[in-house]
Design a binder for this molecule. Sequence first.
Ligand code: T4K
Length: 388
Amino acid sequence: MTGAPPNHDPLNGKPLHVGQLNLPSTESFREAFDGLFDRRFFANHGPLERQLDRELAQRFGVRHAIGVVNATVALMLTLRALDLKGEVIVPAFTFPATVQSVSWAGLKPVFCDVDPDSQTLTAQTVAPLIGPATAAIMGVHVWGRACDPIGLQELSRRHGLKLLFDAAHAVGAGFRGRPIGGFGDAEIFSFHATKILNGVEGGCITTDDDELAARLRKMRSFHEADGSTPLFRMNAKMSEAQAAMALLGLRDLDGLIEQNRRRYALYLGHLDGIPGIRFIDYAGDEASNYQYIVLSIDPPVAGLSRDMMLERLRSRQILARRYFHPGMHRTLPYSADSVPHLPVTDWLCDTLIQLPTSQQVSDRDIATICSTIRDAVMTSRDAAKESA
Ligand code: T4K
């Protein structure tokens, strides 16, 4: 026999990333981009961006959806548009954009711990932090799980606070029969390439507040308002190319959710009964988009730490990630003065793993990922027993 030895790894060395990376069909992509090139209208609120805003408003069941260049800028814009001063209560268990946008808007983030089951803020975790300087609460629908929208709406109303939701993970998700998008004063979505709705980059702000929507539309560009408007404005426009991609994704959204749900069920089946491994359970009042496969590792039971498990997976090109690590309260500039005591956040940051799931991850890949996890736990437990 000549040549390289056969690769016995079922993944064949193919790296498996986290992130959705959903693609439209080549034909629909070509058709959309042919139209775009024919029109030669690429930016400044063209027909596709306007169409996307209308379709998103309909899908999310809100009066206004305002397309923007990405969710980070959308968060910054919304906080500025609300004209807030003082403090914003936020989770530290989140992507940096949630917290950094508060600082960019000249506000002070106040870190709040999350509920151990939902991994989100709840009215109970937030209430003790409300003080005279509090201006707003910003919850995160992390993993697309609703961030106690009813409880937080009641709490914010009672205290006269603004309520925002970072819904970057929550396109297509819902709560008690209502789509995420219409809760609080505004919600902010991401259409980054790694999200279920792939606009390459992109995002939108949803709101039922006509006045806030008008203000945001003026602030997001220099093209939608007369120069006399006394507002801070910027170029936060979504391009026509982004809108074309997002429209194609929106058309496929229900099918993508169903594909995600199927992969989630496969993972659940393969990993059932492994000691020390616990899956996020998308159940109860939630309608999930299943775009994240997240599990926690309990080291004393599993026999190995989360980071050891990551190493095992990475050695087979399974590029699982430890979202979110470290907690934002432990990052500069926020940790410079003091680090608040957030035990649940710290525990999540130390124990969670995000696994690959996307159109690029086959059923066979999932079986391989799960057998890698099972083997890692079983060999670690055996080794621990032997050395005891
Ligand atoms: N709020 C929350 C709660 C968020 O999670 C995010 C973003 C935001 C706000 C802000 O939204 P945007 O401003 O981005 O619209 C990735 C995404 O870039 C980010 O959008 C996302 N959350 C976050 C959870 O994940 P990184 O820094 O971890 O990305 P990166 O480059 O390491 O990519 C993740 C994996 O995906 C890698 O394994 C490589 C793979 N990948 C990535 C891209 C971009 C690919 O295979 N192909 C690609 O094109 O943030």
